[in-house]
Write a protein that binds this ligand. Structure first.
Ligand SMILES: Cc1cc2nc3c(=O)[nH]c(=O)nc-3n(C[C@H](O)[C@H](O)[C@H](O)COP(=O)(O)OP(=O)(O)OC[C@H]3O[C@@H](n4cnc5c(N)ncnc54)[C@H](O)[C@@H]3O)c2cc1C
Ligand SMILES: NC(=O)c1ccc[n+]([C@@H]2O[C@H](COP(=O)([O-])OP(=O)(O)OC[C@H]3O[C@@H](n4cnc5c(N)ncnc54)[C@H](O)[C@@H]3O)[C@@H](O)[C@H]2O)c1
Length: 474
């Protein structure tokens, strides 16, 4: 039996942040991870492999286009092997940084094994019984699939297996047009697969601003078959291929492909924990927490993908930082999700922070302004022939930024300044007064914020006075 001041269950983005933070403060900490390696889904089957594949597929696409111009052919299938090697390398390099030794060096006891509660204060990991004063549950999430007829009889991929595929499928059906589905669908298109994406909801990316989702959909549809609002009624394996039967407006439509990828959402990975023995309350599969991440047992905290906040690595990390002080010093830190940005790494990339226009109108009625600029008006994007996209900033009438959205090359990078402004409570005018180096992509932000000044100037009584004055002086 070993006693700890804090036991962290799950060594992903959330858990590693908590364990390192608490150990650096001098607490006696145990970190329990069921996999051989720390790092969690983000490193092994999520963000890192998907972003490496996206980058490799972007290069493959550029080479295919260049080959066409030169009158030759480029084989994406061969490039796929290099892409896979690149995915593995990215994981290995980051794994080195997130290795067990790093945590042991700062005094964390790392246990490799699946954890389950024996009681509210006892945790079993293999043959070890750990006693904790405080616990943080950060066991993440796993892919979930809907109950579709025939699905259990056919082979299908999820994010847990897709990065291990040895050969490029000639054709692929992706069920689910969420972030996972779209990022991977576009990667496979660019590597050379024929891709069909089937989405049940009528709305495409409903969490995004409507202008953004409409624009992105039109861009993606140029390279893939994207069917929105379809009901998948059956899946079969026919002669080694996958057949997906759908119903749209009472009509049956069938799609066939070599492989099937299920990207239909994620659920917390908490079954093995035996939360019933710790009296931790769960609702609809998510652990119930207060705004300071306390569960129904005040000495047990839960963060990351196990709770119903925003399922991103950076959200998990922020929750991790907040919970260190809450668990060790009894504080009540929380994350302000209204200013938490996210990026969808499609091409063009999508950036999101704060409210969409629809949400802002529902909340503030007509007390809002929207400012929009096209990337085709920004010199850098014109020079690099990357004009696809736009920026949209939503403010209250007094200029306070309440939402910002962009679609375009590297949008996630050059829009970050808006997050800083929002966090500081700066108004849009401040962003306009900043100096932007020419010709940077961030000039797109300047372009859109300049519209604010133009409007202010136009509406100002001083402008009217100046006009009259100059007229008189003519
Ligand atoms: C394909 C894909 C791409 C993504 N891309 C991005 C992206 O670009 N940006 C972004 O912000 N987010 C992205 N995400 C989301 C991101 O991966 C998650 O939000 C993030 O990993 C959540 O961190 P976490 O610490 O809560 O969980 P995890 O990182 O999943 O860590 C949980 C850990 O707990 C361990 N564990 C589980 N049960 C037990 C147990 N009983 N005992 C011991 N250990 C246990 C698991 O093995 C795992 O290591 C992506 C997700 C997917 C699927
Ligand atoms: N770039 C990033 O930051 C990034 C990338 C990937 C994942 N993530 C995170 O992971 C989370 C999970 O992503 P996800 O894409 O797996 O889930 P999701 O919930 O975002 O999307 C799943 C999609 O599948 C659809 N669907 C469900 N059942 C269906 C059915 N029977 N037929 C057709 N469509 C069906 C849903 O309507 C939904 O649109 C995201 O919310 C995001 O936070 C982030």
């Amino acid at each position: 039996m070993k006693d700890y001041q804090l036991i962290v269950i799950g060594g992903g983005a959330a858990g590693m942040t908590v364990a390192a933070g608490a150990a650096n403060l001098g607490a006696k900490v145990a970190l329990v991870e069921k996999n051989k390696h720390l790092g969690g889904d983000c490193l092994h089957v999520g963000c890192v492999p998907s972003k490496a594949l996206i980058a490799a597929s972007k290069e493959a696409n550029a080479m295919m286009r260049a080959a066409r111009v030169l009158g030759t052919e480029f084989n994406g299938g061969e490039h796929y092997q290099m892409s896979k090697a690149r995915v593995d390398k990215a994981r290995a390099i980051i794994q080195d940084h997130d290795g067990t030794e790093r945590f042991e060096k700062i005094g964390v006891d790392v246990y490799i094994g699946e954890a389950s509660f024996q009681s509210p204060t006892e945790l079993k990991v293999g043959d070890d019984l750990l006693i904790g004063k405080k616990f943080v549950i950060s066991t993440g999430s796993k892919p979930t699939v809907p109950p579709i007829d025939g699905l259990d009889q056919v082979p299908y991929l999820t994010n847990e297996t897709v990065f291990e595929e040895e050969t490029l499928p000639e054709s692929l059906i992706v069920i689910g047009a969420g972030t996972v589905g779209l990022e991977l669908a576009q990667s496979f298109v660019r590597l050379g697969s024929q891709v069909t994406v089937l989405e049940a909801q009528d709305a495409f990316l409903p969490k995004e601003d409507e202008d953004v989702s409409t624009y992105l959909k039109s861009q993606l549809e140029m390279a893939m078959r994207l069917k929105i609002g379809v009901k998948v009624s059956r899946v079969d394996e026919v002669d080694g291929r996958i057949r997906v039967t759908t119903e749209v407006d009472g009509e049956t439509v069938e799609y066939e492909a070599d492989k099937l990828l299920m990207a239909t959402g994620r659920v917390p990975r908490i079954d093995a924990l035996r939360l019933d023995r710790a009296n931790v309350q769960v609702t609809k599969g998510y652990i119930d927490v207060s705004s300071s991440y306390r569960t129904s047992q005040p000495h047990i905290f839960a963060i990351g993908d196990t709770i119903k906040t925003l399922p991103f690595t950076h959200a998990a990390g922020e929750e991790g930082k907040a919970v260190v002080a809450n668990a060790l010093f009894g504080l009540w830190n929380k994350v302000d999700y209204s200013k938490l940005p996210w990026i969808t790494f499609t091409d063009p990339e999508v950036f999101h922070v704060g409210m969409t226009e629809k949400e802002a109108r529902e909340r503030y009625g007509d007390d809002i302004e929207t400012y929009e600029a096209k990337l085709s008006e920004v010199d850098r994007f014109i020079a690099e022939r990357q004009e696809a996209g736009f920026v949209k900033v939503i403010t209250k009438k007094n200029g306070k930024i309440i939402g910002a959205h962009a679609v375009g090359e590297s949008a996630g990078d050059w829009m970050q300044i808006v997050v800083y402004a929002m966090q500081r409570g700066d108004k849009i005018g401040k962003l306009s007064r900043m100096i932007y180096p020419y010709p940077s992509r961030s000039e797109a932000v300047k372009k859109v914020t300049d519209l604010y000044w133009r409007k202010r100037l136009f509406e100002s009584p001083l402008t009217e006075l100046a006009r009259r004055y100059f007229k008189l002086m003519q």
